[in-house]
Each structure stands twice: as structure tokens, then as C-alpha cells.
Design a protein around this ligand. Structure first.
Ligand SMILES: Cc1cc2nc3c(=O)[nH]c(=O)nc-3n(C[C@H](O)[C@H](O)[C@H](O)COP(=O)(O)O)c2cc1C
Length: 201
């Protein structure tokens, strides 16, 4: 099984990237899965415009290939001013149904404090109408990010919150993997028709 993990912070020294790397390690170690991590640190992608899509694109084409090969996605975003990052929204705007349609997605949000709920609500409401990514019911909020997920798993003095976040992530990733198996049959069903119904309503 293959997973695409998006780290949605634009910042170079991002806590979200740390979280995404932890997710990548759990996928490899415990689910024996392949994970491709793509980071928006440094803003590698320009904002979408009319020229995006269709023509060969040296930036997007390798990402597109990884998305097409993936069975499931993890989208990790910090909460910035009560929002998902512009980079995450731009990424979802670039994604097509051919790349991620009817694949399961896990939302993971990251906050320096007790935030992180707003981008969960935002992503559940928007960003998937046309690309048909399917958010699974589980999501994970990494509170107090700077203080958690620093030590290796099994370290003796992990705090209560750190332990809980690791357990939540592990559980959500396992659930995501089951949705990945289940939704493969939807994509193979022959029912999906994005020629006639190109955009969602
Ligand atoms: C521009 C900006 C806005 C932020 N707004 C919020 C916010 O609304 N709620 C919150 O919990 N944290 C907020 N934070 C703090 C982030 O949660 C914190 O930077 C955390 O480490 C995740 O972001 P990172 O992945 O870029 O490190 C904000 C940070 C930045 C840079």
C-alpha cells in the first residue's frame, strides 16, 4: 500500500513537517507501507492559474505521478489564523479526480497551543468537491506541537499528551489503510464517471 503525505506548512522549520515525518515513519514501520512525503516548506508550488493542468508541468508532473500511485492521502496542515494554510488549499485546487478521486484522506492539524479545530472544519467543508478526495471520519489534532513527537516511540518519559497523540495517529493511520482497501473497489466499480460529471455539485 502506498500513501501520499502532505506537509502543509510553508515555514522552513515547521512543526507540521516534524509531524508528517513521524507519520511517514509509522506508515513504514508499523503498516509496512510505502510513503511519499511532499512538503510545502519554502512554497515550492506557484498559485494555481489557468495555465495549470493539462500541459506537461515539470513541477506538478512528479507530484501527479505520486498521487496517482497512492492508495490514500494524509493532509497535515498547521492552523494559521484559524485556517488551513493557503498552500494546502492551493494544493487541493491543483489536484484532479484522476489523481485523488475516491481515495481516502486523513486530516491532521497542528497547533502550537490548543487550536487546530478550524482547519479540520474548513477541510471537511471545502477542497474536495471537484477532486473527489474522501475524508475519513477520523482526524487527528496535534496540540502543543513543539512539546510532542520529539522523542522516539518507546522513550521512557513520554508525557500523557504525547502518548495520546501517538496512539491517535497510529489508530487513524490504521483506519485510513482499511478505507484505502475498501475504496479501491469503488474506483474499480465502473460506476465512476468524471467525463459526464466533471465537477461536483
Ligand atoms: C501566520 C501564523 C498564524 C498562526 N495562527 C494560529 C492559530 O490561529 N491557531 C493556532 O493554534 N496556532 C496558530 N499559529 C501557530 C502554529 O500553530 C504553530 O506555528 C505550529 O507550530 C504549527 O505551524 P508550523 O507547522 O508552521 O510550525 C500560527 C502560526 C503562524 C506562523
Amino acid at each position: 500500500m502506498r500513501f501520499f503525505v502532505l506537509s502543509g506548512s510553508h515555514r522552513a522549520d515547521a512543526q507540521t513537517l516534524k509531524v508528517a515525518r513521524y507519520i511517514e515513519s509509522v506508515l513504514a514501520r508499523e503498516l509496512r507501507a510505502e510513503a511519499h512525503l511532499f512538503s510545502l516548506s519554502g512554497n515550492p508550488l506557484p498559485l494555481w492559474d489557468e495555465a495549470s493542468g493539462g500541459a506537461p508541468d515539470a513541477l506538478w508532473d512528479p507530484i501527479s505521478a505520486q498521487l496517482r500511485a497512492a492508495d490514500a492521502l494524509v493532509v497535515a496542515t498547521p492552523e494559521w489564523s484559524g485556517m488551513a494554510t493557503p498552500g494546502v488549499k492551493n494544493f487541493l485546487l491543483n489536484c484532479t479526480a484522476a489523481e485523488i478521486g475516491h481515495k481516502p484522506g486523513l486530516i491532521v492539524t497542528v497547533s502550537a497551543s490548543r487550536g487546530g479545530s478550524y482547519p479540520v472544519a474548513e477541510l471537511r467543508m471545502s477542497g474536495t468537491k471537484n477532486n473527489r478526495l474522501c475524508w475519513i471520519p477520523e482526524h487527528v489534532i496535534v496540540h502543543h506541537a513543539e512539546g510532542n513527537l520529539n522523542a522516539p516511540d518507546g522513550a521512557p518519559d513520554l508525557g500523557k499528551e504525547d502518548t495520546l497523540i501517538r496512539a491517535r495517529l497510529r489508530y487513524a493511520l490504521k483506519v485510513l489503510a482499511e478505507y484505502a482497501k475498501a475504496l479501491a473497489s469503488v474506483r474499480a466499480s465502473g460506476v465512476i464517471d468524471h467525463q459526464t460529471f466533471r465537477s461536483g455539485m
